[in-house]
Design a protein. Structure first.
Length: 223
């Protein structure tokens, strides 16, 4: 079945361009478009797509709040949001991850990379480049917060192996890389990742990375 995508951007030319690039792939179908955040929510609720390409700066309701509402809606638990940015170090990167975004794309992304990014996020993987991950870590170093006390019970449910796996996910390792590091198969690594996500209430790997640093399961600067 084709991956169903909704495009949300206030510029019609941007939407048309992304639609043309995505629909060149047999396994991707654009099922809706929106020019503002409110319209994006309506289209997403109507279509229940697999992936939303979401611009942040839109009228009526910005992409950040639209992403937050999608992530908070149990009926949309299967929807993944990719935030569109002009610069990878956009000031909204950290906030969007906490809001529920699965990753980021630059608007000048190459066509093949765009299509592959949609496939990656639809499969439940995180779309975080090394520079975005470094910036995420730097946020925690520069602005140590109170953490998330409500997660302490969930963290306590993790096994020692799950804690190890989550820390490696936070460093950007794939299931295959984790398997090599911990001497297990990629399938076993994926099982540990999935169990940790369930226990911590993470929507996907991107959220798992955020939670890992917020709860201290991963420490900035730790190898």
């Amino acid at each position: 079945m084709a991956i169903r995508v909704v495009l949300a951007d206030d510029q019609s030319l941007v939407r048309a361009g992304f639609r043309a690039l995505l629909e060149r792939a047999d396994d991707i179908e654009v099922v809706g478009e929106a020019a503002d955040g409110e319209e994006a929510l309506a289209v997403v609720r109507r279509e229940s797509p697999d992936v939303v390409l979401m611009d942040i700066q839109m009228p009526l309701l910005d992409g950040l709040e639209a992403t937050r509402r999608i992530a908070a809606d149990p009926a949309l638990a299967g929807v993944r949001v990719i935030v569109l940015t002009t610069f990878e170090i956009d000031e909204y990167v950290f906030a969007a991850l906490r809001a529920g975004s699965s990753g980021f794309l630059l608007k000048d992304i190459e066509p093949d990379d765009l299509r592959q990014a949609v496939r990656v996020v639809a499969a439940g993987e995180a779309l975080l480049s090394p520079s975005v991950t470094r910036r995420l870590i730097n946020e925690f170093v520069a602005r140590p917060g109170p953490g998330r006390p409500e997660l302490s019970e969930q963290v306590g449910q993790l096994t020692d192996r799950e804690r190890e796996v989550v820390a490696l996910v936070a460093r950007g390792l794939s299931n295959e890389d984790i398997g090599k590091r911990l001497y297990m198969s990629p399938a076993t690594a994926k099982t540990h990742v999935n169990r940790a996500m369930v226990k911590l209430g993470a929507r996907d790997r991107a959220q798992l990375v955020v939670l890992a640093y917020e709860t201290g399961l991963a420490a900035p600067g730790h190898p």
